[in-house]
Design a protein around this ligand. Structure first.
Ligand SMILES: [Zn+2]
Ligand SMILES: [Zn+2]
Ligand SMILES: [Zn+2]
Length: 251
């Protein structure tokens, strides 16, 4: 068989990249449809419902069985292995064609399916930890100097811009909204790093705008405080006048 020319190799690679992008686009569409259905049919549990012991609205199994995590597979006792195999068989029976990932709460042995079961709600503790973590991140202006712009060629042949942290050497996002196609979700066929997303001047300008907005806010608050003080002084002045009138006998 004749060896492929450079051009043929390039064409084949391009065709494969396009195929992969179309598949990602299809999976993304199904994910979105699933999420919309979960929202429409009210299938997501709240944290309170999980605590109250409501079963999963996807598969009907308990959300949490309080049995503790499975020990590592190598360390299962004879009896635990039987239970584990039975649980595995039960899962396969309920989800014969689901190839997606699985999830379970820590400390629980019930396994849920990412296709059939809406994701579990976060506990207030986890939400607080997330908020604390976000508070430690540098400000948006500070982070901008570390961001690069990438050009993404999409399945519709439009090129969309994508911004991400410089430390990433590829774009892991596989489907994005195409601004040229009215926000339609499109698979990413090819990505090329362009360079810094924000010039130093742009970052400076943005910081100046942020400073100005902050100052304007502080000025408005100070003016409002002054008006309150003036109203208070005015009413005190009137009270003093009243008292003076009462002290002075009418002439
Ligand atoms: Zn489930
Ligand atoms: Zn499933
Ligand atoms: Zn497009």
């Amino acid at each position: 068989m004749a060896k492929l020319t450079e051009e043929q190799r390039r064409q084949r690679a391009a065709a494969r990249a396009r195929q992969k992008a179309l598949a990602a686009e299809q999976a993304d569409r199904q994910d979105n449809e699933r999420r919309e259905r979960w929202a429409r049919e009210g299938m997501r549990l709240t944290w309170e419902e999980v605590l109250a012991g409501e079963p999963c609205r996807g598969c009907g199994e308990p959300m949490h069985d309080s049995l503790g995590d499975w020990p590592p597979l190598m360390k299962l006792s004879e009896e635990q292995r039987r239970e584990h195999d039975a649980a595995e068989a039960r899962f396969k029976e309920k989800h014969p064609n689901c190839k997606s990932s699985r999830w379970s709460y820590s400390g629980s042995r019930v396994t849920h399916c990412s296709s059939c079961c809406p994701p579990p709600p976060l506990s207030p503790h986890t939400l607080r930890k997330l908020a604390d973590f976000c508070a430690t991140l540098p400000s948006k202006e500070e982070r901008k100097k570390d961001f690069d712009t990438w050009n993404l060629t999409l399945t519709c042949d439009h090129v969309a811009q994508h911004i991400q942290h410089r430390e990433h050497d590829h774009v892991s996002t596989r489907v994005v909204d195409c601004p040229e196609c009215g926000g339609e979700r499109r698979g990413v066929v090819q990505s090329v790093r362009v360079g810094p997303a924000y010039s130093d001047d742009a970052i400076q300008a943005e910081r100046a705008v942020a400073d100005e907005e902050r100052l304007a806010g502080e000025l408005a608050a100070a003016q409002e405080k002054l008006r309150r003080e003036e109203r208070k002084a005015e009413s005190t002045r009137r009270r003093i006048e009243e008292m003076q009138k009462q002290l002075k006998p009418e002439s």
